[in-house]
Each structure stands twice: as structure tokens, then as C-alpha cells.
Design a protein around this ligand. Structure first.
Ligand code: 13P
Ligand code: SF4
Length: 303
């Protein structure tokens, strides 16, 4: 099937199945084009929790589809490519969290949304990169075990010095590739251009950037900025939306290595196939779901 026929068929099936298609901003262009909503992890979680559709096709990675299923347990949630995972989410298991809690019994566990259902089930709060600072600043606990992203955790710790943050050695393999040298090189090449990075980058990269924020925060910054040239330090899928929103600005990648292979796995054929057969349904154990939803509900209260 050619692309326009595939798009037409997906639209027909979406209507027939009463489905909504959600896509993360790191997805390939054809997927962002077919989606009903594109956004960052927090925005997509909100959409998944609020939608009245009967089915959710989640174009992203596994933890995102699982989060949608936890927040909307009565809906059918489809993940177009089952092995689209997040290596960072696999860097910690529920047993590791239980051990950390025993070692630090007074601390609350805040897990980044990039984590498994089992990890969320043993955590007190969940957060995304959009609301991590706000959530940690406002919860009553003074000691926090932050898992699994040590880079986002260190970024939060700098902004909330009044809290003790215990870190885990996890990281995003994609954002971790950016180095201080990348910043130095790009500064020389484009001295006037602000450098915007995601908090999943290393602390030394964050320290040299002009702005640090989640994908939606980076979008907002570029919309409001007067700069004509901007340097982007997050996964390159975001360039598509940036260019659509600000056609007169020029965007340059901080590093050519900012590509998440898992986010790039989903294609129109995969969306078509899951909608045709209603396969790749996400299942979450009811007992685990019950525990995990508490941490996620708290996350949705913070912007
Ligand atoms: P945000 O969507 O919160 O910016 O997170 C980026 C990310 O790495 C998603 O996997
Ligand atoms: Fe995971 Fe990083 Fe890919 Fe996001 S960009 S899915 S954190 S590996």
C-alpha cells in the first residue's frame, strides 16, 4: 500500500475502532502527521487519562503505553511495535527499589515516568521531566530516592537544595551521548544561538547550556524566543514540530547522535496492522495497576 492509501485506511480504522492516536514528539514525521495528539510524556499521559475514545494507539515506547493502560484501564491500549522499549526504564527493577527503601526508610521514592509498571507500583510518586522540580519541591518529604535517571535527578537536586536527593545510576543512552565538547564546538560555530538541552543530558552539559527543559518546555522557549538560530539538545524528532511552529527560525542539532532508535521503530504500517487486528494490546496485572496508579495520579496534579 502506498503512503496516502495507508493514511486513508488508518483514518477509516481509527473511526471504526473509535480509537485515538497519541504520538510522542520523538516519533518519525509520518507518525506525528497521523496522530490526533503529539506531545511530551506528561501531555500524552493527560490525554490518555482524559480521552473518551475506546482504544488508544500509543506511538512511543513501552512505558508510555503501559502508563496509558494504568490511567485508563477500561480502554484497549495498543503499542504498534512491541519491542519499542526504553533502555533507561530497564536500568532499575522493583527489587532494587525495595532494597533502597530498606536502606533509607524515611525517604519517599519518586520515579521518573520512564520506568516499568512494577517500579511504579513500589514508588510513592511518579514524575516526568516537565514536573519533576515542581513535584519534589512541593511534596512534604525531605529525603527523596530519585530513580532511575541520575541526570534528571542531579538537575532537580540543584533546583531543590533544601531536599536530600538519593540517586540511582540510570541514564538515557541517547541524551547521555552529548558531551561538553559538543557544547564548546557549537558555541564556536553559532556564538549567538541559545543552546537548549533536555534534563536527561549529563550535568556538565546542562551546566553549559542556556536553557534546560522537557520537550514541551523547549517548544515553548523556541516559540517565545527572538533568536533566529537555536541549538537543540534533545532527540531530533522534535525538529519536525519546531519547524512547523517557527518556520522562520533555524534549528541546529547539538549532536548528530541525538537519535533514540526505539522511538524511530514505529511506522504507518505498524499503526495500520495493530488497528486492523487489534493486536499488541497492553496488559497490566490488576494488583500491580492498583498500586502504580497512586503514584501516577499524584504526578498528574503537578504541571
Ligand atoms: P519528555 O517527553 O518528558 O520530554 O521526556 C523525554 C523522553 O526521553 C521520553 O522518553
Ligand atoms: Fe528512553 Fe532516552 Fe529513548 Fe526517551 S529518548 S525512550 S529516555 S532511551
Amino acid at each position: 500500500m502506498d503512503k496516502s492509501k495507508l493514511t486513508e485506511e488508518i483514518k477509516r480504522l481509527r473511526e471504526q475502532r473509535k480509537a485515538v492516536i497519541l504520538a510522542h514528539l520523538y516519533q518519525v514525521e509520518e507518525i506525528q502527521d497521523i496522530a490526533d495528539f503529539t506531545g511530551d510524556s506528561l501531555e500524552l499521559s493527560r490525554k490518555a487519562a482524559e480521552t473518551e475514545a475506546q482504544a488508544i494507539v500509543f506511538c512511543g515506547v513501552r512505558f508510555m503505553a503501559e502508563t496509558a493502560k494504568i490511567l485508563s484501564p477500561d480502554k484497549t491500549v495498543l503499542l504498534p511495535v512491541m519491542d519499542a522499549g526504553c533502555p533507561m526504564a530497564d536500568m532499575i527493577a522493583a527489587e532494587d527499589v525495595i532494597k533502597l527503601k530498606k536502606e533509607n526508610p524515611q525517604a519517599a521514592v519518586v520515579c521518573y515516568i520512564n520506568s516499568s509498571v512494577e517500579v511504579k507500583a513500589v514508588s510513592d510518586y511518579c514524575c516526568t521531566s516537565s514536573n519533576a522540580i515542581n513535584l519534589i519541591r512541593n511534596i512534604p518529604e525531605k529525603e527523596i530516592i530519585f530513580i532511575p535517571d541520575k541526570n534528571l535527578g542531579s538537575f532537580v537536586a540543584k533546583h531543590v537544595p533544601e531536599k536530600k536527593i538519593i540517586l540511582w545510576d540510570g541514564f538515557c543512552v541517547t541524551h547521555h551521548r552529548v558531551t561538553e565538547k559538543d557544547i564548546e564546538d557549537v558555541r564556536k560555530k553559532y556564538p549567538e544561538a541559545p543552546i537548549l538541552v533536555h534534563p536527561e543530558c549529563r550535568p556538565e552539559v546542562i551546566g553549559k547550556a542556556d536553557f534546560v527543559g522537557s520537550t514541551s518546555h523547549i517548544l515553548k522557549y523556541t516559540r517565545e524566543s527572538r533568536a533566529e538560530d537555536l541549538i537543540i539538545g534533545t532527540e531530533m524528532g522534535i525538529l519536525y514540530r519546531l519547524q512547523q511552529e517557527s518556520p522562520n527560525k533555524k534549528f541546529f542539532m547539538l549532536s548528530p547522535h541525538l537519535i533514540c532508535p526505539n522511538m524511530k521503530k514505529t511506522r504507518l504500517e505498524d499503526v495500520y496492522n495493530v488497528l486492523t487486528e487489534m493486536r499488541n494490546q497492553i496488559k497490566v496485572d490488576a494488583v500491580i495497576r492498583e498500586k502504580a496508579v497512586t503514584a501516577l495520579d499524584k504526578m498528574l496534579k503537578f504541571s
